[in-house]
Write a protein that binds this ligand. Structure first.
Ligand code: FAD
Ligand code: NAP
Length: 313
């Protein structure tokens, strides 16, 4: 028999947006339930140093998220390890079903499902995922001690991944389709000063080349976007860091989205097109996509949910 849990506010997601919403909703005496999803702690658990979280000159991403969870729990937010698989927002109270079979019945919902890594979509990338192709240097970098590695992308993630991977790799080639990075200046400065990192400008990944038995990567074929010339770079690891897309699977058919799937919220608000459903963090933010902005939106969502419930009741 399935379990049923009733709550005034259900928070879906355990990144900075979700946990901050948990702190605020709990302090508003709303007895919130927060469902963590497949990645407890969210994207910051896949990185190392975070240097732009106010109050901490430097903090490890996983530590910060453990502290946020403890903070939400201490304030009275119930944190549950489960994954929401279906939602019914057609009437209030809202019903959300989880992988464990639990039905969560909520007067208001805060969506904070964040974003997930994008992939290039190459068949060879798919084939070698988990066998030399990765989107998480913190998770997999250790496997490439003394090896040559390539990183694809030119944003903050790609540069951070490249820098982190120099802790293990003998050489890191950063492959970027332009000759300009969009990563912030301080990261670019560190990248260019690092003797283990070699940027390869105006190139795209064409194919991951490897062996079937044992499964493993041996090289990448890259294309010069100006000349179309294909060259091969020997490497054992390929880290794809070309950005993130909003995790909107639960709501993309019921809520308005824009700019590639980000949930639309009302101006200066986290209210979505359904009264009582709020969205916060990277799920709705195609511009800033930072921990601190996500946390800020989590705060807004909880305050708005509190106001909504007070008016509704
Ligand atoms: P996320 O952190 O993406 O968390 C989403 C949560 O939703 C996860 O817990 C997931 O399990 C949950 N979820 C998803 N689907 C479901 C479901 N169906 N049911 C239940 N739960 C679900 N930002 C900075 O400010 N500073 C940095 O130094 C920094 N470094 C970064 C390094 C890397 C490698 C990456 C990838 C990002 C980095 N960012 C950094 C960006 C930052 O991590 C994000 O902006 C922030 O984590 C977004 O928070 P969020 O709460 O919106 O969602
Ligand atoms: P991003 O900023 O969107 O950068 C993606 C990079 O991948 C860009 O350089 C882009 O190239 C390249 N790219 C995209 N699609 C590609 C394709 N199909 N083929 C080849 N290259 C492709 O993504 P991100 O670096 O993951 O960052 C996401 C957000 O998280 C940002 O807001 C970022 O600030 C934040 N973040 C912050 C930190 C930090 O504060 N330290 C760390 C990590 C992430 P073009 O440049 O040519 O478009």
């Amino acid at each position: 028999m399935s379990d049923t849990r009733k709550t005034r506010v259900l928070i879906i997601g355990s990144g900075p947006a979700g946990y901050t919403a948990g702190v605020y909703a709990a302090r508003a005496m709303l007895d919130p339930i927060l469902v963590q999803g497949i990645e407890p702690g969210g994207q910051l658990t896949t990185t190392t140093e975070v240097e732009n979280w106010p109050g901490d000159t430097e903090v490890q991403g996983p530590d910060l998220m453990t502290r946020m969870e403890a903070h939400a729990t201490a304030m009275g937010c119930e944190v549950i390890g489960d994954i929401i698989s279906e939602i019914d927002f057609s009437k209030r109270p809202f019903v959300c079903k989880s992988d464990s079979g639990t039905l969560y019945i909520a007067d208001a919902v805060i969506l904070a499902t964040g974003a997930r890594a994008k992939w290039l979509g190459l068949p060879s990338e798919e084939k070698f995922k988990g066998f030399g192709v990765s989107a998480c240097a913190t998770c997999d970098g250790f496997f490439y001690r003394g090896q040559e590695i390539v990183v694809i992308g030119g944003g903050n993630t790609a540069v951070e991944e490249a820098l982190f991977l120099t802790n293990f790799a003998s050489k890191v080639t950063l492959i970027h389709r332009r000759d300009e990075l969009r990563a912030e200046a301080i990261l670019q400065d560190r990248l260019f000063k690092n003797p283990k990192i070699e940027p390869l400008w105006f190139h795209t990944l064409e194919e991951v080349v490897g062996t079937d038995s044992p499964m493993g990567v041996e090289a990448v074929k890259v294309k010069n976007v100006k000349t179309d010339e294909i060259t091969e770079i020997p490497c054992k690891g390929v880290f794809v860091a070309i950005g993130h897309a909003p995790a909107n699977e639960l709501v993309k058919d019921v809520l308005e989205t824009h700019m590639g799937g980000y949930v639309v919220t009302k101006p200066d608000s986290t209210a979505t097109s359904i009264p009582g459903v709020f969205a916060a963090g990277d799920l709705t933010d195609h511009i800033y996509r930072q921990a601190v902005t996500s946390a800020g939106m989590g705060c807004m969502a909880a305050l708005e949910a509190e106001r909504f419930l007070a008016e509704a009741e």
